[in-house]
Design a protein around this ligand. Structure first.
Ligand code: UDP
Ligand code: MG
Length: 326
């Protein structure tokens, strides 16, 4: 009987020092797991020897598959490429930097066998810088009030997804992918597995504060149009207040005549309204920007090379799904 297959997707960007370590760790883990596995690296345009390291692994082990992008397309695109090409009946997404402990795989698979479509790892924030922890927890408090999906602090891409969940994700074709939100949006039965945060061993995190800020903004505007509505209601409120102000001032002028030249009030009104307008324009701009990128319908990534075979004979068309060989 053919053994059941689990696929592990590992987006890798400048992880030359880590790909072999994570490979060894996974290999060891699977010695006690009764599934076959494929380790699917996505080299996201690394500038170091990541691809070389992956190729060396692939030459020695047929379970190692890889796709190498033509440039850095970002982790979201890498994960999507993985989903589009893996063959397993369940798929695990994990980072290359050993921050995602491989011993959780057993818990993932146990959850999967219990019938869950998503088994999600949730970490605590041990070892994170205090500023990042505080900002993150504030962000999650805010975002959960604002968006339609329920996002939890400490939950990331590290999870197992059933084939059904992966197929559902592949139906969401948006260009601006905010995986955390998409994972929640598809629903299905979910189980949470908790783990202690691990600090990165080699290399550095690719997340600067400005990256995190942009990522946070993606989270807010990808999943709802409430910010637009807030602008609308703030606009109405300000309009009403200014009308009350204008009418009362006008009556005052009629009854008492012009008294003090209203320098202060004019300046504050101009500044306040200017601020509100710019803020609203900015929010509208965020959405329009997204529409702009969506209408281009560009591919999410381009593949330079890979060691997998495709269902489609056309060699340039790498985005076509791999042929199922069962
Ligand atoms: N990554 C990627 N493309 C990028 C940035 C990151 O494929 O443009 C990968 C990276 O190699 C790692 C994972 O995404 O395997 C998580 O990245 P990182 O450790 O920098 O993020 P953090 O753990 O700090 O959130
Ligand atoms: Mg990391």
């Amino acid at each position: 009987m053919k053994q059941r297959l689990i696929s592990i997707i590992i987006p890798s960007y400048n992880e030359g020092n880590n790909v072999k370590l994570i490979h060894e760790s996974l290999k060891k883990e699977f010695q006690t797991i009764h599934y076959d596995y494929e380790i699917f690296y996505i080299n996201d345009g690394s500038a170091d020897d990541t691809l070389q390291q992956i190729k060396e692994l692939a030459a020695r082990n047929h379970r190692v598959k890889y796709i190498s992008f033509s440039r850095n397309f970002g982790k979201e695109a890498a994960i999507l490429a993985g989903f589009e090409h893996v063959q397993g009946e369940a798929v695990i997404v994990m980072d290359a930097d050993l921050q995602h402990p491989t011993h959780l795989l057993k818990d993932f698979i146990q959850g999967y066998e219990e019938g869950y479509d998503q088994v999600i790892a949730q970490r605590n924030r041990k070892g994170d810088s205090p500023v990042r922890s505080v900002l993150s927890s504030l962000y999650y408090k805010f975002i959960n009030k604002a968006v339609e999906v329920d996002l939890s602090d400490g939950v990331g891409d590290f999870r197992l997804l059933s084939r059904q969940a992966v197929d559902a994700l592949l139906k969401l074709s948006e260009g601006n992918r905010f995986s955390k939100g998409l994972f929640c949006w598809i629903g299905f039965d979910q189980k949470i597995v908790f783990y202690e945060n691990v600090e990165r061993q080699n290399g550095t995190s690719k997340w600067s504060f400005s990256n995190l800020f942009n990522y946070g903004m993606d989270g807010v505007v990808s999943f709802n149009n409430k910010p637009l509505r807030v602008c609308f209601f703030t606009g109405i409120l300000i309009l009403l207040l200014s009308m009350v102000y204008i009418v009362t001032t006008f009556i005052h002028i009629l009854t008492h005549g012009v008294s003090v030249p209203g320098y202060f009030t004019i300046i504050s009104a101009v500044l306040f309204l200017g601020g509100i307008q710019l803020l609203s324009l900015g929010i509208i701009g965020e959405y329009i920007g997204r529409i702009y990128y969506e209408t281009k319908k560009r591919p999410h990534y381009l593949i330079k090379e890979a060691n997998i075979t495709y269902g489609e004979q056309n060699e340039t068309n790498y985005t076509k799904k791999r042929k199922w060989n069962h």
